[in-house]
Design a protein around this ligand. Structure first.
Ligand SMILES: Nc1ncnc2c1ncn2[C@@H]1O[C@H](COP(=O)(O)OP(=O)(O)OP(=O)(O)O)[C@@H](O)[C@H]1O
Length: 582
């Protein structure tokens, strides 16, 4: 119940739909139990006593009740769905909102397939219980209670005899639930694994194909598929056994009822119509009781789904905005004071005692072996992660003093593997700043050396990109991402290996244009190629999370340190090519 209590804010505001749905359900249930009563009256008071003049009245009443029942059934079902759907609409939105605010740390360990199945299958499981399950549970309880009351009214001994079967039914339901609940949980889990397998396979299709692992992937999918089939069939077997068992107990009870009821009618302690009504009423109890197992199961499924949804809703937000966080224009003065960063508790530090000062408008180059901590530095400026020690200051204030939106909307980030959405090139370029004009889009694309190739595409800026920007080369994607960053007119520009996939000639042209863009903006250039950052005002050379050398290109190139070593490796035979391009 705790899970339902915690999720109350999503469904409780719509309680009026639920209450109305329940009221209509009670009308349906009441009319349902009126049928056997009418049957009893027809037999005992009309047929047996030959009062045929009552038949038109009974028929009219019956028709009237049918109309009311039809309308009530419609209202009960529709309002139930309205209640469930409206509630999960809000729930789904809140989950999605939460996913947008969760920090990078959460996504470091999250599985896409799993999150997807929570947002779809689990939300649906929860909805089903809200829409149908809960009302059905109340319907079953009310139907059983009303039917039992009428049965006791007709004949106490016969009602008691009939009820003798109930403990057996309850045992079967209980035993069934005990087995079917874990079985269903396994089905869910297996389905989640199947989803993850497909999602990973499609995301990693390039790798699969380039390593010719299609057969291996087909085999892995087959295993997951088979696992799902087995889990499902196991559950089906349990289900299939349940219904005949319940029906058998129900039928035994009906035989006892007929034998004892027949005896009572022959002895004239009971009317024949009452026996017929009893016979109908008993099935009104057996039927819902059989369904009870199903409802209980739905309840535990909804509970399990609710728990999985709460895990997202209650996930800790590592990066929290202060109440007093400010909104302001950032000039772009970045300072690191003795900053240490650890991604995973008790793990080695990714950054150790990093200090530097980047005044507004200056360009900082970051170079170093892979894994040396270059990206980590820039991710602290945007507050994607929080340092363990030390301070990251922006215009003299800790980055945590700013609203996240203020901070991030003024920092242009271009990644080595930019993500492009499956929409037009225009929308991809203006993604960070939808207000941008057509001219500005074209201008940004020209600066990023993207305009020419975009114009060569069949629909120019209106060309639709496939998922993950398929259909474009790595270098083309990078140029679109650069145009995107230019469009947001950032105070700080971070280029994280942003030109690694373009040829050197294009890189040179981009750099020339970017030098224009970088004027009056603080820029961070992460690169493996010295040519990408040799113009920086200060170059930081990193090794294992530490700055091991710093200075301008001219300072470092003859410093007899790691920078000079990188330079020598890269420039042994490239000097000539580069000067030719210049
Ligand atoms: N999200 C993360 N969770 C845990 N460890 C991480 C995470 N991101 C980076 N690291 C670790 O932190 C260290 C620095 O990584 P970082 O990405 O900053 O290096 P880099 O110099 O930018 O590397 P590259 O040139 O390959 O992009 C590495 O050891 C890396 O494994």
């Amino acid at each position: 119940m705790e899970t339902f209590k915690k999720l109350k804010r999503f469904y409780w505001p719509y309680k009026k739909y639920f209450i109305w749905s329940i009221l209509f359900m009670l009308v349906v249930t009441s009319i349902t139990v009126v049928y056997p009563i009418m049957l009893q009256i027809t037999i005992d008071d009309v047929v047996v006593q030959s009062r045929y003049e009552l038949i038109p009245w009974i028929c009219g009443l019956f028709l009237g009740l049918m109309v009311i029942k039809g309308f009530s059934t419609f209202s009960f079902q529709y309002l139930g769905d309205l209640f469930g759907m409206t509630s999960v609409y809000k729930l789904r939105e809140s989950l999605y909102d939460k996913l947008q605010t969760l920090a990078f740390k959460y996504y470091d360990n999250a599985k896409t397939g799993d999150i997807m199945s929570r947002l779809t299958a689990d939300v649906e499981g929860f909805r089903f219980f809200l829409s149908v399950g809960f009302a059905e549970l109340l319907r079953i309880i009310s139907l059983i209670l009303i039917s039992l009351s009428i049965m006791f009214y007709y004949s106490v001994p016969l009602a008691l005899v009939t009820m003798a079967a109930m403990p057996f039914l309850a045992i079967v339901v209980f035993q069934f639930d005990k087995r079917v609940h874990p079985a269903f949980r396994n089905v869910r889990k297996s389905f989640g694994q199947l989803n993850t397998r497909v999602q990973e396979n499609i995301s990693g299709m390039n790798t699969v194909k380039s390593l010719s692992r299609e057969d291996f992937e087909i085999g892995r999918f087959s295993n997951s598929n088979d696992n799902y089939r087995q889990k499902y069939l196991f559950t089906s077997k349990l289900w299939a056994r349940f219904f005949p068992m319940m029906e058998f107990i129900g039928n035994v009870s009906a035989v006892v009822l007929l034998a004892y009821g027949g005896y009572l009618v022959i002895n004239e302690t009971m009317n024949p119509g009452e026996l017929v009504a009893f016979f109908s009423l008993v099935w009104y109890i057996m039927g819902p009781l059989m369904n009870l197992g199903f409802i209980i199961n739905q309840f535990s499924q909804a509970k399990a789904s609710g728990e999985r949804l709460l895990e997202i809703l209650e996930a800790k937000e590592d990066i929290v905005e202060k109440e007093s966080a400010i909104e302001t224009t950032i000039k772009g003065h970045v300072e690191f004071n003795d900053v240490t960063l650890t991604y995973i508790k008790d793990d080695d530090e990714a950054l150790k005692n990093i200090s530097f000062d980047a005044p507004p408008g200056k360009t900082i180059g970051l170079i170093g072996a892979t894994g040396s901590g270059k990206t980590s530095i820039t991710q602290l400026i945007t507050r994607f992660y929080e340092p363990e020690q030390g301070e990251v200051l922006l215009d003299g204030r800790p980055v945590s003093d700013y609203k996240l939106k203020t901070l991030r909307s003024q920092i242009g980030f271009v990644l080595q593997e930019p993500f492009l959405f499956s929409t037009t090139i225009r929308e991809n370029i203006s993604y960070g700043n939808p207000e941008v004009t057509e001219d500005q889009i074209v201008q940004a694309a020209k600066m990023a050396q993207a305009h020419d190739f975009i114009m060569e595409l069949p629909n120019g800026y209106d060309t639709l990109l496939g998922e993950r920007g398929m259909g474009l080369s790595g270098g083309q994607k990078q140029r679109i991402a650069i145009a995107r960053a230019i469009c947001i007119d950032p105070s700080i520009l971070i280029l994280d290996d942003a030109t690694s996939a373009v040829d050197m000639q294009t890189e040179f042209k981009i750099q020339k244009a970017l030098r224009e863009v970088m004027k009056n903006r603080t820029s961070f250039i992460i690169a493996h190629r010295i040519s990408s950052l040799k113009h920086a005002d200060e170059i930081l050379v990193l090794e294992d999370g530490e700055i091991v050398e710093r200075g301008t290109h001219d300072d470092l190139v003859n410093n007899n340190g790691p920078y000079e070593r990188i330079f020598n490796i890269q420039y042994q035979d490239r000097e000539e090519i580069l000067s030719a391009v210049k």
